[in-house]
Design a protein around this ligand. Sequence first.
Ligand code: PMP
Length: 359
Amino acid sequence: MNEYIKNCLKLFKNYKAENSRYKIKLDANENPFNMPYEVRKALANELLSGECKTNRYPDPNADKLRTAIANYCNVSKEQVIVGNGSDENIQMIVNAFVDREDKVLCPYPSFSMYGVYATIGGGITINIPLDENFEYDINTYKEAIDRYNPKVIFLCTPNNPTGNVISQDFITDILDYYQGLVIIDEAYYEFYGHTMLNDIIEYPNVIFIRTFSKAFGLAGLRIGYMVCNKNLAEQVLKVKPPYNINSFSQKAALYMLDNIEVINKHIQYIKDERQRLFEKLNQIENIKVFPSHTNFLLIKTENIEQIRQSLKNEGISVRKFYSEPLLDDYIRVTVGNAEENKLFLDVLSNNIERKDETL
Ligand code: PMP
């Protein structure tokens, strides 16, 4: 039946997100905290009072939410576009700027949806390998720019799944060297706390993308946003589906920004847990754990499949990268709450010890 599919998708393998039903879910870089009680109550009241009307289409411009995001980012509302998760922002960027057979540079290993959407959009995805320490290498990028003359470059900082950040020098160098579009994905920005957004947002070729799925804990409500200069924003709006953020999600994200102190506490908790988890993992022999500026840790060890199976038996899911040969010996674990992290550590250390005994 594949005679009907677009040519560029004939050999394409789609991204398969798992619907994991594990007791302890540490596989998708979600937040361990649900919406704060006060926010849930306020939203419930909006539904009960009829203030949030489901018979009406949502605000197509998401005016209130964009104003709040603009304040949060210290930019103007016209520079903000909201998407149904960052996923949709990536898709909108491809739809607006990538013509058939345009080259799109995607870091590897990194978030796979850049390449997925670039390919679906008819572009040519070119994976640019990070160096042996998973750093972005400026020379590799400059060579790729010279060789491929790409239309778009995706960068991810902090990078998923490696957890490290791109240096300011790298970003400045790229912007000096290259006039095509540079997309900077800061999905995990809040766990790092530093950004060049306000320094370079007026550049004609820079777009930042962020999400409410991670630090804000709204993965289930699908809200992402992008920030860029007004001219670029006008171009992206040409491809934005009119009602892409539902009314409920718009309100929820607004309430979250109004309760930023609670969110900041959650972020601090996650960062403290990350540090604790990192130190404990570092003490386990035969494991390499990578420093992280996100809410997850990348771990390298030998008997990955056995570990994953033992974690699974205890109802704990982590991310294994099945279709990524480079990451065969790695798992990525999301920082959960203290209890979840402890259970994860217990299972992991038992398995590593068991391996040692059998050696
Ligand atoms: N960018 C990165 C780097 C991510 O890791 C993710 C989600 N794992 C996304 C974007 C997508 O986020 P969203 O839930 O907003 O679609």
